[in-house]
Design a protein around this ligand. Structure first.
Ligand code: SF4
Length: 360
């Protein structure tokens, strides 16, 4: 069972005004082979203090969309269209100078591999201090005190001594904690976490997720959690966005999307992971085929070459007509299957095969 109960408190939070509104985001790269439509019409809202899990296979546009939010795309080869409204400022067309005012201070990011994200030449303390001083104007003494305070918050033992260590003197889990300390030292409103626990073993992964939840509650930070791991989403997220071929194909609360998904791609993602309570003799079913080239996305529904349910739609509609999300806000799926039909297929054919239940 991977579905967590959605608390009333979470419902209250999701009613709060969005801190980030992404509308029809498009991120296209020019390459020698053609234009790569890495993100092609992505929309979502994020409220303060809540977590949005973005899931999908490699190349689905998860990381690229968030690099665009941070303005870290290659500006010479990339076109960014649509809107990225962050606290009222549209970051989609913002220049590098504007982005520097936001990046690191109001929007921070943590990456999958802290060893490559941290500089090996500077102590952990110096790297926190540099970020803090750049954005707050604090002096060295104040910044060092902040570095020790942040290392304490993220659970580094003996922070007064370890603040002078270099990254290679920290374990993998401690380096990720140090990355979180850097990311949160300026008390950002939005944290983008790109596969933050993928490189860690399961025990350390659980500790890091606990830590992120604690710090989120303390700082009221909104989090975008990019992951391919539905288990991490179930533990951490309030809402989920499933991406395929640069578009969102399903979104809703964790309970809705993991408890009763409506898009065949979401069914495939759930069928490809083991479930507690599932029959150990039931083989995992990966989504067949491979994601499409983003230079030449199939006409109609981009998922149709891999979908086992086109015959339930009738005719050649899946091959000729691109489905849009069936609701502009909240719960939605981009599939020609009517919602009631999708629910029935999930309950009768998918859920029973997985051996999981939607109740939690
Ligand atoms: Fe499958 Fe058709 Fe739905 Fe696309 S629109 S997911 S091809 S049933």
């Amino acid at each position: 069972m991977i579905v967590t109960a959605e608390s009333e408190a979470q419902q209250d939070i999701s009613d709060r005004e969005a801190i980030l509104s992404v509308r029809d985001l498009q991120v296209h790269f020019r390459t020698d082979d053609g234009v790569v439509k890495a993100v092609d019409g992505l929309s979502f809202d994020l409220a303060p203090g809540t977590t949005l899990g973005i899931v999908g296979e490699s190349g689905s546009g998860k990381s690229v969309s968030n690099m665009a939010i941070l303005g870290l795309h290659n500006r010479e080869r990339t076109t960014v269209g649509g809107q990225i409204l962050f606290q009222g400022t549209d970051l989609a067309g913002a220049d590098e100078r504007t982005m520097r005012r936001f990046r690191g201070k109001r929007i921070s990011m943590i990456f999958q591999d802290p060893l490559t994200a941290l500089s090996p030449y500077y102590t952990i303390g110096n790297q926190i201090m540099e970020t803090y001083r750049r954005h707050t104007g604090a002096n060295r003494k104040q910044a060092r005190a902040r570095a020790i305070e942040m290392l304490t918050k993220v659970g580094i033992p003996q922070p007064e001594r370890r603040v002078d260590d270099y990254p290679h003197q920290f374990s993998g889990g401690m380096r990720q904690r140090a990355m979180i300390a850097i990311a949160l030292c300026c008390d950002p409103d939005l944290l983008i976490a790109d596969e933050p626990t993928t490189a860690l073993d399961v025990t350390v992964q659980a500790q890091i997720l606990d830590l992120l939840r604690e710090l989120q509650a303390e700082f009221d930070t909104a989090i975008i959690l990019i992951t391919h791991d539905m288990g991490v989403v179930a533990q951490m997220a309030d809402d989920v966005l499933v991406m395929y071929a640069g578009r969102s194909v399903e979104r809703g609360s964790v309970r809705e999307v993991l408890g009763r998904p409506r898009h065949p791609y979401s069914w495939g993602l759930l069928s490809s992971i083991p479930h507690l309570g599932g029959d150990v003799n039931t083989p995992l079913r990966p989504v067949r085929g491979a994601p499409p080239s983003l230079i030449d996305v199939p006409a109609g529904c981009p998922f149709h070459p891999r979908c086992d349910f086109t015959d339930r739609v009738g005719g050649a509609r899946c091959r000729s007509e691109r489905p849009e999300l069936d609701s502009p806000t909240g719960r939605a799926a981009a599939c020609h299957l009517p919602a009631e039909t999708a629910d029935r297929i999930f309950l009768d054919e998918i859920e029973s095969e997985l051996g999981i239940g939607a109740e939690s």
